[in-house]
Design a binder for this molecule. Structure first.
Ligand code: ADP
Ligand code: MG
Length: 679
């Protein structure tokens, strides 16, 4: 069997099972081998009665005093209690709904038990333990890998398939040249996978993991290196005309020092003769839009068009308004292309774009990428907020001559990750907010206080302010009935909020026209309280909103909460954010504290990344992020820099093995990225 072979090679994998595995992303032997265990069960730690910590899984050796008794409670619940003697201490093993186990125990025999020990009412208990006779422990003390469960697949199937792969002839040549492997003291690929899936001792696992992490870190570095060797010269000439400063002075406010320095960075890029690839990173509300507007003004003065890609239609509309408003007196024309345009209108705009009569084209990725025939596109600005799409950018850049690129992001991406995602991008930071902003006061409450919060909302609306109430779900879910949804919260607010105030509900399932109508009325202050899903996290810039309430806050990621909170505090009013959660888990509490205590997006992002690892950081799909299995780049900076040197060596070498290795690694780097679809 080979890495790229299909699963059909494995005994017992019929069409049905194949489908289940495929829908979990497992299509080849290689995919299967890359399903690393989530953790390992280690029954080697033997506890003593004098020294054990509750709630931690341990093994004990104990004598069965008798084979126990079964209690029947209600029709279908039974409890088997087996009395044990653990050294001098009396303990009971308790089994739920497994009365038949009674016959497994022999009086006065010694057994090993493995499970959580608790001091409970009526003595010390070990609940639903695994057990084995002490005189014949078999493989009880071997490390057991535990895998993430796959829906529809019985637990033991994955380990079985893996053991078949390793029993059969597994033809797995190591692409890494021996000279690197030996110098770095690494296991070869096959041995590394073997100890990860079939470990004998804990140390073996560590060695295997080290090798695989090394692979990932090296792959990242080689991808970055190949990107940066790819710098291209630009024939788009940009000069500074005398019109830019007057335009900047005509803005309704002074630019902050940070905004100024971003503009200087940008101008330097545009004059460098190379294609600009710049990431502008600034917290929500730090004023990135105006930078895009200034950039497009500069391009227009030089006779080039600018495409501005917004992540959603709502945002495209909203940015369209800002662009048009600020460019009003310059004679520079801006148009928004959205799905809700009438066919005729759209055709007309596209025609003017192709003749060069429109200088700034605003829309979503889909709209700007495919259908538009530009006259002379000079700059592409991608407003990603906190979604990433490496692929999108490359597609637009392939059209015509190389336009300059600017990416706006509100998620302060940890530095290492920025490198992984963007490689060749230079980064500018906006690290101050416009003057006069008051920090948003943030509180965390239990659901029981919801009525008090409603009273607070009402008070704010009495003062003329607008408010948001955010829920994770659109409608109630049976399985997760404690998670709040917009539909029922909306109905609740209709009853509880004074009828003078307009309440509306906004979510992704509404038609585009309906969404736009709601956003418009909200912008115009006709809606006072908006119940919404996280759909509002990107965009919506209404300075009059003073309060945001986030229900079931534990369901959101930290960066997402920060982004949501950034929807308020955009004007002169003191603003408030209420995080509401019923969860008492320690994790939730510490995550809520991060938001309550921090206002800096960069700090929050670092925490988020640290708590969740790279996989979940970007939501469930990893947008454009090379798949990372074991490596957490935040915690493994040393490994990243160690492999960087090796990547450079590989790139510089003419040795045939090294060159083959380089090509293979790069191929898989781009495959990883290409596999990610954007939605
Ligand atoms: P984001 O960085 O989140 O995209 P926006 O560009 O939407 O932020 O800006 C947020 C608000 O700040 C807008 O209402 C904008 O008009 C305002 N703004 C931007 N720059 C300044 C500035 N230098 N001084 C005052 N207000 C500003
Ligand atoms: Mg923005």
């Amino acid at each position: 069997m080979k890495w790229e072979d299909s699963l059909g090679q494995i005994k017992g994998v019929g069409p049905k099972r194949k489908e289940i595995l495929e829908s979990a992303g497992i299509k080849t032997i290689g995919n299967l081998l890359s399903c690393y265990p989530r953790k390992y069960l280690d029954r080697n730690v033997l506890g003593t009665p004098g020294e054990f910590s509750e709630d931690q899984e341990i093994s004990i050796k104990a004598t069965v005093l008798d084979s126990g008794r079964v209690q029947r409670i209600r029709g279908n619940l039974s409890i088997l209690t087996v009395p044990l003697l653990w050294e001098e201490k009396k303990v009971s093993a308790v089994f739920f709904n497994q009365p038949y186990l009674k016959s497994s125990f022999i009086e006065n025999e010694d057994y090993y038990f493995y499970g959580k020990i608790k001091k409970a009412y009526g003595g010390t208990k070990i609940t639903n333990p695994q057990f084995v006779r002490a005189n014949n422990p078999g493989n009880f003390f071997e490390l057991t890998p535990l895998y993430k469960s796959i829906q529809g697949l019985p637990k033991n199937v994955l380990p079985k398939m893996l053991s078949q792969i390793f029993t059969d002839d597994l033809d797995l040549p190591d692409p890494m040249p021996e000279q690197i492997r030996l110098a770095e003291r690494l296991l070869d690929l096959k041995s590394a996978l073997k100890v990860i899936h079939f470990p004998q001792k804990a140390e073996d696992v560590l060695q295997g993991i080290e090798r695989l992490k090394f692979n990932e870190a090296l792959k990242i570095n080689m991808g970055i290196l190949s990107n940066s060797l790819d710098k291209r010269y630009s024939d788009i000439e940009v000069n500074l005309f005398s019109g830019l400063e007057p335009f900047i002075s005509s803005l309704p406010y002074d630019l902050t020092t940070s905004q100024r320095s971003v503009i200087n960075d940008m101008i330097a890029d545009l004059k460098s003769g190379q294609v600009m690839n710049r990431l502008v990173q600034g917290d929500v509300g730090s004023g990135k839009t105006v930078i895009a507007i200034i950039a497009s003004c500069l391009m227009a003065q030089n006779g080039y068009q600018t495409a501005y890609m917004a992540p959603t239609e709502i945002l495209a509309q909203q940015h369209g308004r800002s662009f048009k408003e600020l460019l009003k007196h310059t004679g520079i024309s801006a148009e928004v292309i959205t799905g809700s345009l009438k066919v005729k209108e759209k055709r007309e705009i596209l025609e003017r774009v192709s003749k060069g009569e429109v200088s700034v084209i605003i829309g979503t990725h889909a709209l700007i990428q495919d259908a538009v025939d530009y006259y002379n596109l000079g700059l592409v600005i991608t407003d990603e907020q906190h979604r990433f799409g490496v692929k999108q950018r490359s597609r637009l850049s392939l059209k015509g001559n190389q336009p300059h690129n600017m990416v706006m992001s509100a998620t302060p991406i940890p530095r290492t990750l920025a490198l992984i995602l963007y490689g060749d991008l230079s980064v500018s930071y906006i690290d101050e907010l416009p003057k006069g902003r008051k920090p948003i006061k943030t509180y965390c409450y239990n659901e029981a206080s919801f009525h008090k919060i409603l009273k607070f909302l009402q008070d704010e609306m009495d003062k003329g302010r607008q408010t948001f109430v955010i829920c994770p779900f659109i409608e109630a879910s049976e399985e997760l009935d404690e998670v709040r949804d917009t539909e029922s919260v909306y109905l609740e607010l209709l009853q509880k909020i004074d009828a003078r105030y307009q309440v509306a509900c906004l979510h992704g399932r509404l038609k585009n026209e309906a969404k736009e109508a709601i956003v418009q009325s909200f912008n115009q202050g006709e809606i006072h309280c908006l119940v919404a899903t996280s759909i509002i996290e990107v965009g919506i810039d209404v300075p009059n909103v003073s309060t945001i309430v986030i229900l079931s806050a534990e369901r959101f990621g930290l960066s997402q909460l920060h982004q949501l909170r950034g929807r308020v505090g955009r004007g002169i009013h003191q603003s408030f954010c209420f995080l509401v959660t019923n969860s008492k888990s320690e994790e939730t509490i510490s995550r809520m504290k991060v938001i309550v205590n921090n206002t800096s997006g960069r700090k929050i992002a670092d925490e988020d990344f640290r708590l969740r690892g790279p996989g979940d950081y970007f939501g469930f799909k990893q947008h454009g992020l090379p798949r990372l299995g074991l490596l957490n780049p935040m915690e493994e900076l040393a490994l990243i820099s160690r492999t960087k040197k090796i990547a450079e060596v590989v790139f510089a070498s003419n040795d045939e093995k090294m060159m083959t290795f380089r090509n293979e690694v790069l191929k898989s780097f781009y495959l990883d990225i290409e596999e990610v679809s954007f939605n």
